[in-house]
Design a protein around this ligand. Structure first.
Ligand SMILES: C[S@@+](CC[C@H](N)C(=O)[O-])C[C@H]1O[C@@H](n2cnc3c(N)ncnc32)[C@H](O)[C@@H]1O
Length: 286
């Protein structure tokens, strides 16, 4: 399993369906359905958490604030700075396990020795976009939500990357890729981290299992003649690492050669030494 190395984020402990996490100086408790074990909560920080996201019976949930919690604060990862905000659906604006993928994309871009154009689909709050921009790539960031795109731009500013060549687009990923084909635009690297279910800005329905093959297939014509990488991440349990690797094998490797690999990604838990799985990533590299 590939794991990230953070200083300002920490997964402290896991027990009875919940994670205890440190985001800078702020302690949060968030639900995680994978945490099936009812281990003893020995760490005193379980009782010191600033806020806890409580699931409701109806399927939604809300933050219960226990200690003064700022509405927004920042954490750093290397040269990047992210604005953290406790939001609906237990979101904070950062998927810390993704740091392994930010590093991989950054290394491939730095090692390319040529200008690199990256497309980041389902870009969310822009962490992967900023990692690629910091490594010197020009990036096209696409997300259906205007709010997420503004948050990503806030992160660009916080990271001192607001002047980098980044195009910020509020669009449906499938429609955008099809339009890029017609416009003849090409990318050397494509990153995507699609949700299991989503909607484009015009209400376009996104269902991962039904559309992922078609979306990756539609991406093939917008890859440059000598593409560098294709990074496909999923935190949906239905889509295993091996399945995603096979997708990239039949669609990308068959056309461009190179190699594919895949692995689970996860977060090390300080108190137990366990690594909590947080999804899988398949990578095609030239
Ligand atoms: C959970 S996030 C992905 C995580 C993110 N890449 C990261 O590592 O931080 C999913 C994103 O996909 C966007 N989205 C969902 N359906 C979409 C669609 N049809 N077209 C474009 N973006 C979509 C959502 O707005 C959301 O920001």
């Amino acid at each position: 399993m590939r794991t990230a190395h953070w200083h300002e984020y920490e997964l402290i402990d896991t027990s009875s369906g919940e994670r205890l996490e440190r985001w800078g100086d702020i302690l949060l408790i968030r639900p995680d359905p994978q945490i099936l074990w009812h281990t003893e909560r020995k760490d005193p920080r379980w009782r010191e958490a600033h806020a806890r996201y409580q699931r409701s019976q109806s399927g939604g949930g809300a933050w219960q604030v226990r200690r003064k919690t700022p509405p927004v604060w920042s954490i750093r990862y290397g040269e990047l700075t992210f604005r953290v905000k406790p939001m609906g659906f237990k979101h904070t604006g950062v998927f810390p396990e993704q740091a392994v993928n930010w590093e991989l994309a950054g290394e491939l871009i730095r090692g390319a020795g040529r200008p690199v154009r990256v497309l980041n689909l389902f870009g969310y709050t822009g962490a992967a976009t900023l990692a690629c921009a910091a490594a010197g790539a020009s990036v096209c960031h696409v997300d259906a939500s205007r709010g997420m795109v503004s948050w990503a731009r806030e992160n660009a500013q916080a990271s001192g990357l607001e002047d980098r060549p980044i195009r910020w687009l509020v669009d449906d990923c499938m429609k955008f890729v099809q339009r890029e084909q017609r416009r003849g635009h090409r990318y050397d690297g494509i990153i995507m981290d699609p949700p299991s279910y989503g909607r484009g800005p015009g209400g376009e329905v996104w269902k991962l299992e039904e559309q992922i093959y078609s979306l990756v297939e539609q991406c093939v014509p917008i890859l440059s003649e000598k593409p560098l990488f294709f990074l496909l991440n999923s935190y949906t349990t239905g889509l295993s690492a091996a399945v995603m690797e096979y997708l990239l094998g039949v669609l990308i490797q068959k056309r461009f050669g190179g190699r594919v690999s895949s692995d689970e990604i996860g977060l090390p838990v300080t108190d137990t030494g366990l690594v909590l799985p947080c999804g899988s990533t398949a990578v095609w590299q030239a």
